[in-house]
Write a protein of this length. Structure first.
Length: 398
């Protein structure tokens, strides 16, 4: 049987923010790349995920020419609120980091912008193409076998593969288990999140530490809120009616005792997000490079998942550009080491934020007092507040 075959320099598995950003960076560098995505374009563009962009992520998207809608519609935040002891305490990002900020702009909007830019540039994306195998990873020419929308077995051959297909994708699974070291921590709680037609509780995100558990109030627009409350790790979303959710949010914000007011609205989406930290090392095997969630997961407390993925591919794009322009493979050889330095710092920050803000059932009274003291220190010490702000707006690439 003749298998239809495409050929390119870089095969990218996955059309999330990491894969699409990499594809566009390579396109601008004159490097051929083809993106293979198992889902439809409609599905990918509707997939609601993270929504806080670091300063550097926003600057990168603007620099490569896909930041116009982001500039118009994104909500720039110059600080955030930590709420504990029935009071809000503001962390001023701009004042503490020399003018940096973050921007609230949904991941699906970033994906839409990148897809539109790639298709406008005639850069190929193959949707509805389920990757089933990665082959010859330690040879000079690698391959991605996939089935197209009609079920036809196809092959994509390339110099390199970028595995950007997420935690459950096939890229990491293609690496022999003995070649990877896995680091993982699973938290004993989850986040119950909603997207609702409700005006935001605040102009800035509020991170709440309450005796009943953590809560985060965020937004996607001036009329749509994204809100999370801590729930048990084994909770079923069906057990959370809308009334129960809104009631729990009001309790954790002390809304009936002078805290932020909550305006209930129609719930558009509801789901539970498990909390885990995960890193696979190294992020390269032969001619396969892992990026984003295929290599690492952070708890969402620090708003780092999408930003970390885009930072990975920024490093990878620069390394591939050096290789194809100058036959210099040194940066490719250092790819994993370079990325992991930032990843582990980000893991540290995300774990710290998670430990500081959530209720732990096994905490003794001593642990609870230490947690509150940590919050008091962070919000009363300029040095400590600056550390939080520097991490939140985004660390340098290396």
């Amino acid at each position: 049987m003749i298998v239809p075959t495409l050929r390119t320099q870089v095969a990218i598995v996955g059309a999330g923010p990491a894969g699409l950003t990499l594809a566009y960076l390579l396109h601008q560098a004159g490097i051929e790349a083809i993106v293979v995505e198992s889902r439809s374009r409609e599905y990918v563009e509707a997939r609601v995920r993270a929504g806080v962009l670091e300063h550097g992520t926003t600057e990168l998207l603007a620099a490569i020419g896909v930041g116009e809608r982001l500039r118009r519609e994104g909500l720039v935040h110059t600080g955030t609120q930590l709420r504990f002891g029935a009071r809000n305490h503001r962390i001023d990002f701009q004042e503490l980091t020399g003018g940096k900020s973050v921007t609230v702009y949904g991941q699906q909007e970033v994906v839409k912008d990148l897809i539109a830019a790639l298709l406008s540039a005639d850069a190929p994306i193959v949707f509805d193409a389920e990757a089933v195998a990665l082959g010859r990873l330690d040879e000079d020419r690698v391959s991605v076998d996939y089935r197209d929308a009609a079920g036809t077995a196809c092959r994509l051959e390339a110099d390199y593969i970028a595995g950007c297909d997420g935690f459950h994708g096939i890229s990491r699974a293609a690496i022999p288990a003995q070649a990877l070291t896995i680091f993982e921590h699973v938290y004993p709680f989850s986040w119950l999140g909603i997207l609702a037609e409700s005006p935001p509780v605040s102009d800035e995100l509020i991170y709440t530490n309450h005796e009943r558990g953590f809560a985060l109030v965020s937004m996607r627009s001036p009329s749509v809120s994204r809100i999370y409350v801590q729930c048990a790790g084994d909770d079923d979303v069906a057990e959370w009616s809308d009334d129960r959710f809104w009631g729990e949010l009001r309790a954790r914000l002390d809304s009936d005792a002078g805290g932020p007011s909550v305006i209930e609205g129609r719930v558009l989406q509801k789901g539970i997000t498990p909390m885990r930290s995960f890193v696979a090392e190294p992020m390269r095997y032969g001619r396969l490079f892992l990026a984003g969630d295929s290599a690492h997961i952070v708890p969402p407390t620090g708003a780092k998942g999408m930003n970390l993925a885009i930072a990975d591919v920024r490093v990878l794009a620069q390394a591939l550009d050096l290789f194809y322009r100058r036959a210099d493979s040194a940066a490719l050889e250092r790819y994993s080491e370079t990325c992991l330095r930032r990843i582990w710092k980000t893991q540290r920050f995300s774990a710290w934020m998670t430990r500081m803000l959530h209720r732990f059932d096994d905490h003794a009274p001593f642990d609870r007092r230490v947690q509150l003291a940590e919050l008091d220190y962070v919000t009363s010490s300029r040095v400590a507040a600056a550390g939080l702000a520097e991490n939140y707006v985004g660390l340098p690439l290396a």
